[in-house]
Design a binder for this molecule. Structure first.
Ligand code: MN
Length: 271
């Protein structure tokens, strides 16, 4: 496995994304006791989620436009993208310019376990069953390759780079962790910083974005403009957060449902 494609696409003098250490890649290419997985929530030209599964010293990666669903009736399109370095797993931050420019949130992470020993064979056959043990995503899942992926023709040479661009479906299996719940809206925040996109952006707002935001116009442009405004507001209120924090906590206390309220019962029924 190689991360040459990953490096090719990025200018690391601009992007804070990790370059990736080849010694880590070689070390993790052998048998590992546990395999890392994560999901990044990535606001770039479109909002999407990136599922990453550690295998062969890299993070196999799929861009999932609608994000994962814990409802087994949903089949979520997952387009395979270039392998990422292991070190990308805990990355969260702002990509000011270039490939993937936007905001990256670590939305979930944990470990994954393939249902079969030969992951490469399962990937080649186009069906990979596995379990996830993250903060938000748990239990049994499957990735199924759809027909018509680039290179899906007789005699096509199958190599590592040919995986890029193939379309898969990410589906939750029915188990104790499945249900009719919209997990992306139910649990929208970072599992690394507990913040939202505006919090991440408030920490490192690229100055150039004021005049040249990475996305303009349309729903995504409007979404980013709102996040930038909120990030600027939060950044400006730093240094005098005491009053805001007190007010926030007071209202949170006031609005918290006591045990036995309708909201409390709804929460318990779901679990
Ligand atoms: Mn992405």
């Amino acid at each position: 496995m190689s991360i040459a494609r990953y490096r090719q696409k990025r200018d690391f003098t601009v992007s804070p994304e990790p370059v990736g250490d080849d010694r880590v890649r070689v070390e993790r290419a052998g048998p590992v006791a546990t395999r890392f997985f994560c999901v990044h929530k990535h606001l770039s030209s479109r909002l999407h989620y990136d599922l990453r599964l550690e295998h062969g010293g890299v993070l196999l990666s799929w861009a999932v436009p609608k994000g994962p669903s814990v409802d087994p009736r949903d089949k979520r399109l997952a387009r395979q993208v270039e392998d990422h370095p292991i070190e990308y797993g805990m990355f969260e931050g702002v990509i000011p310019d270039g490939y993937g420019a936007g905001i990256v949130m670590l939305w979930d992470y944990g470990t994954w376990t393939p249902a079969v020993d030969d992951v490469d064979d399962a990937l080649e056959k186009g069906e990979l069953k596995f379990t996830l043990d993250g903060y938000k995503l748990k239990g049994s899942w499957v990735l199924v390759r759809t027909r018509g992926w680039p290179g899906d023709r007789a005699g096509a040479h199958h190599d590592a780079t040919a995986r890029e661009g193939r379309s898969w479906l990410l589906i939750k299996h029915r188990d104790e962790w499945s249900g009719p719940l919209d997990i992306t809206t139910f649990a929208p925040l970072s599992v690394k910083s507990a913040g939202d996109f505006a919090d991440i952006l408030a920490r490192e707002m690229p100055a150039a974005w004021r005049t040249h935001p990475p996305v303009r116009g349309g729903a995504t442009g409007a979404l980013l403009a709102g996040i930038m405004k909120e990030a600027a507001r939060r950044k400006a209120s730093r240094g005098r957060p005491a009053r805001r924090r007190t007010a926030h906590h007071a209202s949170a206390r006031k609005n918290r449902p006591a045990d036995g309220t309708a909201a409390g019962k709804r929460m318990r029924r779901r679990s």
